[in-house]
Design a protein around this ligand. Structure first.
Ligand code: PLP
Length: 445
């Protein structure tokens, strides 16, 4: 396996989980887990669900970012997936970090030798103690969208470099944020006047078009709004020099988003000499880098359709079989509830064999998580092969964003481990080179 050529790199990170976690022949290709065998059934925890993370995919996403948005520095939103290898790789690649709490700031600083200027505290409503702590550890850049926040900053961290978060059109996104964050343009002059009065430095503007943005043309309007705020700031006596274009980037529409952003920035910010542009991508970097392997721990015939309720509606094409897997909505699949995701499994093994014939007849099935709660439904209806058995494995693609980070241990089920690879993208050498460089500079050892 590719990473096996670089064992010395793995040994530089003794604090991190070992590579390949005892599944020596697992890797990813196009997001699909390839395995010729998984742990034998007699091994303890042999059937435990696990993620496969391909760090090569993250490296490639970063190359894509640099190619299409070379003038925008990413500040990876660590809330999306704070996996330690992901953070170290992105740190090695020069990314900054968007943190939302004290805990996230500490996690980034604990990577070792990360200059606090590489962090933006991008939560517009922070506890005063968190603001004070940010000041103590040297994190100056932080967002706000209301006057009370300014009073708190004036008391707890008066040297802060403030970024006003404004509303943006989030109607074309999976997860909208306007109901909770963002100043309306009409309120910005009042906020700037208050900041002046409190002797605070406002250096820029941020927005977020919503997470999982499927129509990136909304960036154009957001940039136009940011321009308006830059002009308001000039009137108020501030010379802003930071434009933060937030997150929302999707794998499938990234190039389009880059095009809209670039066009809008050229149009509304023709003079960029003293302008620094940053972004807060989360999902874009990690979504497809992680897949999840789950084991079928139980199977039963579906109850009669009259008994159906909740996620399973009584219909004539009611699923015939119910499969129970060992991760669910209280674990990795919390993305179904919190991140509005719809997931479908693919078959990793069938009848114990990892050579799955595509001609296998299918039947309507539902897939459930392992807890004793009936909300724990992973997939209310999907087509799966008839000969799928207890002990077989189901895989799920695109499981890197907003999954493991919010997983709970409800009912005593542990959060699934991560098995790391670097291989499928053919960039193992570069990934390990970056990590080795990071370690050699004295970080994270
Ligand atoms: N920035 C902020 C302030 C956020 O709240 C989020 C997501 O919640 C992000 C960035 C990351 O967004 P995305 O994963 O859509 O790129």
């Amino acid at each position: 396996l590719p990473h096996a050529k670089y064992p010395e790199v793995a040994s530089l990170f003794p604090d991190l989980p070992p590579l390949h976690n005892g599944h020596p022949d697992v890797h990813l290709r196009n997001g699909v887990i390839r395995a010729s065998q998984l742990s034998a059934a007699h091994e303890p925890d042999a059937e435990k669900a696990f993620f496969v993370a391909d760090l090569g995919e993250i490296y490639l996403q970063h190359q894509r970012w640099v190619k299409h948005l070379p003038y925008i520095q990413p500040f990876y939103a660590i809330k999306c997936n704070p996996d330690p290898y992901v953070l170290r790789l992105l740190a090695a690649l020069g990314s900054g970090f968007d943190c939302a709490s004290n805990g996230e700031i500490n996690q980034v600083l604990n990577l070792g030798n990360i200059d606090p200027s590489r962090i933006i505290f991008a939560n517009p409503c922070k506890a005063t103690s968190f603001i004070r702590n940010a000041g103590k550890v040297g994190v100056d850049l932080m967002t706000f969208d209301n006057a009370d926040e300014l009073y708190k900053v004036a008391r707890a961290h008066p040297r802060a470099k403030l970024v006003v978060r404004i509303l943006a059109d989030d109607s074309k996104s999976l997860c909208a944020f306007n109901v909770k964050f963002g100043a309306a343009l009409e309120t910005v002059p009042m906020l700037l006047a208050k900041a002046q009065e409190l002797n605070l430095d406002v250096v820029g503007v941020s927005f977020h078009v919503g997470s999982g943005c499927y129509d990136p043309s909304v960036y154009t309007d957001a940039i136009m709004r940011a321009r308006t705020v830059f002009d308001m700031a000039r009137q108020a006596g501030y010379h802003m020099n930071l434009l933060d274009v937030g997150g929302g980037f999707e794998d499938a529409s990234f190039e389009k988003a880059a095009m809209y952003l670039t066009e809008a920035i050229e149009r509304y910010f023709p003079d960029r000499q003293n302008l620094r542009i940053i972004a807060e991508p989360g999902r874009f970097y990690v979504s497809k880098a992680f897949s999840l392997a789950t084991n079928i721990i139980a199977r039963r015939a579906a109850p009669p359709s009259e008994a159906a309720s909740g996620p399973i509606q009584a219909t004539s094409d009611h699923p015939a079989v119910m499969y129970y897997i060992n991760d669910g909505v209280y674990g990795a699949f919390n993305c179904i509830l919190f991140d509005h995701q719809v997931v479908h499994p693919y078959v990793l093994s069938m009848g114990g064999s990892f050579h799955v014939a595509s001609s296998e007849p299918l039947q309507k099935s539902s897939v459930w998580g392992p807890t004793c709660d009936s909300i724990d439904c992973v997939c209310p209806t999907t087509q799966l092969p008839r000969s799928l058995q207890v002990g077989d494995w189901l895989g799920f693609k695109n499981m890197g964003a907003y999954t493991v980070c919010a997983a709970s241990q409800f009912n005593g089920f542990e959060v699934s481990n991560v098995v790391y690879t670097t291989g499928s993208a053919g960039v193992s050498k570069e990934v390990w080179g970056a990590l080795a460089g990071f370690a050699a500079e004295g970080h994270g050892v």
